[in-house]
Design a protein around this ligand. Sequence first.
Ligand SMILES: NC(=O)c1ccc[n+]([C@@H]2O[C@H](COP(=O)([O-])OP(=O)(O)OC[C@H]3O[C@@H](n4cnc5c(N)ncnc54)[C@H](O)[C@@H]3O)[C@@H](O)[C@H]2O)c1
Length: 314
Amino acid sequence: MKNVLVTGVNGQIGSELSDLLEAKYNVDKVVGLDIRPSLPPYKRAHEIVDITKKEAFRHVLEKHQIDTIFHLASILSAVGEKNPDQAWDINMTGLKNVLDLVRGTAIKVFWPSSIAVFGPNSPKMNTPQDTILGPTTMYGITKNAGELLCNYYFDKFDVDVRSVRYPGIISYKTEPGGGTTDYAVEIFYEAIKHKVYTCFVTSQTCLPMMYMEDALHAAAEVMFADKAQIGVRTSYNLAAVSFTAEELAEEIKKHIPDFHCNFVPDFRQKIAESWPRVIDDSVARKEWAWQHKYDLAAITEDMLTQLKKKIKLN
Ligand SMILES: NC(=O)c1ccc[n+]([C@@H]2O[C@H](COP(=O)([O-])OP(=O)(O)OC[C@H]3O[C@@H](n4cnc5c(N)ncnc54)[C@H](O)[C@@H]3O)[C@@H](O)[C@H]2O)c1
């Protein structure tokens, strides 16, 4: 892994992945790509390209002699439900362009799937690696089809594409981009700024979540694993912690005792209810030694410490 391209580099995950790859994984050069201009203080090469435009994307791969792609450019679940045509176009055409352009080359690809790949008929507890999927959102449908496409390109064309099904990701550097688990980030900002938050899912809604540091390490580690270790070419179940919205609010109250959370569910409640509560990620743990570091208490403590510095209320 020498010359790495991160698509969707301005997003919640992309904006943090470049630093980690350079700092901890000895990557020589990271090039960012996004449909939007780079966010300050990003100082690396940055290409403004629409991922659905194949020739422009090909030019970037050739220009920078890319050998590894982290393909993160995407439309997320809540935004995708408002504009399903755009979600299909960017998520599917974008992924197919990536896979087509790396066919016949040695370029490796990381592409994240999501817990949104599951649907109302999937088991909610300890959801296994192989089970009923049946997503009901356009976002989830693109993840389901994307997983099959990755598996197809591996089987048929030997494309080395690897994937994990991310749960909701909690982070403080870049705000989330319109997913159903965004409440688990917004709640921290509002707790610090106003000591009150109106949560858009019910208090008992329980979803799998992960701290950003763990999510970034998962992406890097699945990519650094030997090819022989990767037995799943659709996408690996990946988990860290599961908690209800109320449990999250109670954990924050341990640090901010006068914090109050109201629960007023909106259209995202239905999406959340279609997803698993607890994921069984034993296959990833066994095959490439996946482990998470952050539990709910550690996530809460670090989020509050970092966000207080960021929004300068300390
Ligand atoms: N954040 C999460 O909680 C989460 C959970 C599960 C899976 N994922 C997956 O991880 C990946 C990254 O998620 P994220 O949270 O960083 O997303 P995000 O919405 O924060 O960022 C996506 C980025 O893609 C860019 N983009 C959108 N359309 C583009 C296009 N046509 N061409 C080029 N760039 C384009 C956007 O400008 C944005 O910077 C996605 O595949 C997402 O489905 C994220």
